[in-house]
Ligand binder design. Structure first.
Ligand SMILES: Nc1nc2c(c(=O)[nH]1)N[C@H]1C(S)=C(S)[C@@H](COP(=O)(O)O)O[C@H]1N2
Ligand SMILES: [Mo]
Length: 416
């Protein structure tokens, strides 16, 4: 039985076959199989490691270079971030151990038996929940991306780093499981005037953000599990807030308190930080939703192309405003664009993998991708973005990324 194939995918496959790339030429680099018999390698000669070699599974030792990395080589104590190795991943789900980290004061080691969530403020019944209490509530699982609003902030003034992991890797996509926040707010009962919810973390940063009540009642989750297992300590164990499509900072980890109020609480994280200075001198505040963005993850500066011929260009597209509708890829610096195939299912506020077959003629090329979301919004060029936002913004950079390919097969971050 063959897989169902979307019309776009079928059309792409036909194009691919017509282009001749589907012939034996694709495999020009593979050795001829006529030289069989195969070598009997050492690992085929005796039984391997026993079951339970690693009670908790580990990647192959040959993949040890695939790891989270930081921009700063000497981490500041506690306050740092590490990026997801986007160039080394496939599909759309981020393996839990490779999910980027952003901590303002390190990773607290929280005993779940002693952890409490307080819900108070403009509520009928202020309540204190244990983890056991929260695990008894009805739960849901959803696949969503999480992106730090500082992601790609290195690119405002031109190419800031020669690594897609460092430039775009404050980005992950997991299946999150927890209790809808609306259910817990129903349990405590809202008082008239309730309009905002302060979420506070139990880390030493006491990180806190104000969440509009409409978002809290809509799709906010109190998450305790990620990709099927309980949260990892670095991602908020035992409990985090998760706000689909919103800037990562608002998904408060190690969540210990929710206070309902009638106005935003103007915490440090929404006054001195997480605002953007605009050209007219005003500040853009409460920029919650992440705008549509895409990036080619193969090839990227981490890769070396080994000679002209067939390559599958592949990357990720996402939007905090709903679903990705369309991704186009250019291999000629934006002179012409072709529709990439979107890997289905295309989920609401989740990473979407896109792919495009490409025959590299071995000459210089500039690769770009641009995404449209279902609101009709198109990812801007750097020039379009800077015209609106100026150059004093640190956050929410979402412009088209260009990778320059040189005849020696190197891939460089370039601005065109
Ligand atoms: N309590 C607390 N919550 C926090 C943070 C933090 O430092 N403390 N960092 C925030 C930021 S800036 C981001 S981008 C996300 C990162 O989530 P992750 O580390 O699970 O990828 O968590 C947010 N929640
Ligand atoms: Mo962040």
């Amino acid at each position: 039985m063959s897989d169902p194939v979307s019309p776009a995918a079928a059309a792409s496959r036909r194009r691919f076959l017509r282009s001749g790339a589907g012939s034996a030429a694709v495999l020009a680099s593979a050795a001829s199989a006529q030289v069989a018999p195969l070598e009997v390698a050492p690992w085929s000669r005796e039984p391997g490691e026993p079951v339970g070699w690693h009670p908790y599974g580990q990647p192959s030792p040959f993949e040890k270079e695939v790891m989270r990395r930081s921009r700063r080589s000497v981490p500041l104590p506690g306050a740092n971030s590490s990026m997801t190795p986007l160039h080394a991943l496939f599909g759309a789900i981020t393996p839990t151990g490779l999910v980027f980290e952003r901590h303002h004061a390190g990773i607290p080691q929280i005993d779940p038996a002693r952890h409490r969530l307080a819900v108070h403020g403009l509520v009928q019944r202020p309540l204190l929940f244990s983890m056991d209490d929260l695990l008894r509530f009805p739960s849901v699982s959803r696949v969503h991306f999480l992106e730090c609003s500082g992601n790609t902030g290195s690119e405002w003034r031109g190419p800031g780093t020669q690594s897609v992991q460092i430039s775009h890797g404050l980005l992950s996509c997991c299946e999150w499981t927890g209790v809808p926040l609306s259910v817990v707010l129903q349990e405590v009962g809202l008082k008239p005037g309730a309009a905002w919810v302060l979420a506070e973390g139990a880390d030493a940063a006491g990180m806190s953000r104000s969440v509009p009540l409409a978002k809290a009642l809509d799709d906010a989750l109190l998450v305790y599990a990620q990709n099927g297992e309980r949260l990892r300590p670095e991602n908020g164990y035992p409990l985090r807030l998760f706000l689909p499509g919103y800037e990562g900072n608002m998904s408060v980890k190690w969540l210990r308190r929710l206070k309902v109020g009638d106005a935003p609480f103007m915490s440090r994280e929404e006054t001195s930080k997480y605002t953007d200075l605009l050209p007219d001198g005003s500040a853009r505040q409460f920029s919650f939703g992440m705008d549509a963005k895409s990036v080619i993850t193969f090839p990227a500066p981490e890769h070396l192309l080994r000679g002209a011929g067939f390559y599958e260009i592949s990357g990720l597209a996402w939007t905090g405003k709903g679903r990705v509708r369309r991704v186009e890829v250019s291999t000629d610096s934006g002179a012409s664009w072709r529709d990439a195939v979107l890997q289905e299912p295309v989920l609401d506020r989740a990473l979407t993998r896109f792919r495009l077959p490409w025959h590299w003629d071995g000459g210089p090329a500039v690769l770009q991708s641009r995404v449209w979301d279902e609101t009709g919004y198109r990812q801007p060029t750097p020039q379009e973005l800077i015209a609106v936002r100026g150059l004093e913004s640190g956050y929410h950079y979402n412009a088209i990324q260009s990778w320059g390919v040189t005849p020696d097969g190197k891939v460089r971050n370039v601005r065109v």
